[in-house]
Design a protein around this ligand. Structure first.
Ligand code: KIV
Length: 265
């Protein structure tokens, strides 16, 4: 199977095919997610929280994102790889944003980048796209600037705020983004945005009407135990499974049951 491209993702919206997106952060998770046939592997800056133990996504650095994106690229054959641009890697100036976006393609072999923000970030998105780098937008609850938004709360509940989010989505489409993540907004609003733009919307906590869905892999499989957002469906308890295996190993070593004859030269 050939690698999925941004035009194919846009075509999926036109055909009414739902787009599947999941985060991946390293070689083994990329092999699992890509092997399962997920369309887009997002190396999210949620990396900072679920893999690196930071309290939020603000501290994540370019070097950390590049290191993990390169590992995901080595484990991916078909899925489109989107690398999240970390906080302040695209805010200082447009030339710096282009240079940092370019590092994800040149050094880490990502296919695209994602950045947070709508109308305010549209000129930056346009410049990165014009440099030949596909961009995924991200509006609604934008975790890098959650403090400014008043915390991790549902966005766009008031009509004024809803109109601003619709304007954000339009600005990203006009700037050349190939898709938009919509995080934590009421379903009715994400449906309106999805109808307004011709590029796909990818929802997280945004209801059924988006063109696709994204979740953090570690939430989906139960590997992150600090908190579980309301919008997550947990499909497995991998923490319990791994802990059970580790405890069995410990018991076997202590009792002398491991290594057995078949593990011994
Ligand atoms: O960093 C991330 O994982 C994300 C998704 C939640 C959309 O941005």
């Amino acid at each position: 199977m050939a690698k999925i491209t941004p035009p194919q993702i846009i075509e999926m919206k036109r055909k009414g095919e739902k787009i599947t997106v999941l985060t991946a952060y390293d070689y083994p998770t990329a092999r699992i997610v890509d092997g399962a046939g997920i369309d887009i592997l997002l190396v999210g800056d949620s990396l900072g929280m679920v893999c690196l133990g930071y309290p939020d996504t603000v501290s994540v650095t370019m070097e950390e994102m590049l290191h993990h994106t390169a590992a995901v690229a080595r484990g991916t054959e078909n899925g489109l790889i989107v690398a999240d641009m970390p906080f302040l890697s695209y805010h200082v100036s447009i030339p710096e944003a282009i240079a940092n976006a370019g590092r994800f393609l040149k050094e880490a072999r990502a296919d695209c980048v994602k950045l947070e923000g709508g109308v305010r970030m549209a000129p930056t998105v346009k410049a990165i796209v014009e440099a030949g780098i596909p961009v995924m937008g991200h509006i609604g609850l934008t975790p890098q600037t959650a403090t400014q938004l008043g915390g991790f709360t549902v966005q766009g509940r008031e009509e004024g705020a809803a109109k601003e989010l619709i304007a954000d989505a339009r600005a990203l489409e006009d700037a050349g983004a190939f898709s938009i993540v919509i995080e934590c907004v009421p379903q009715e609003l994400s449906g309106r945005i999805t109808d307004e733009v011709s590029i796909p919307t990818i929802g997280i906590g945004a209801g059924l009407q988006c063109d696709g869905q994204v979740l953090v892999l570690h939430d989906l499989v139960g590997l992150f135990d600090r908190f579980l957002p309301k919008f997550v469906k947990q499909y497995a308890d991998a923490s319990a499974l791994i802990r059970e295996a580790v405890e069995s190993y410990k018991g076997d070593v202590q009792s002398g049951a491991f290594p057995a004859k078949e593990h011994t030269f």
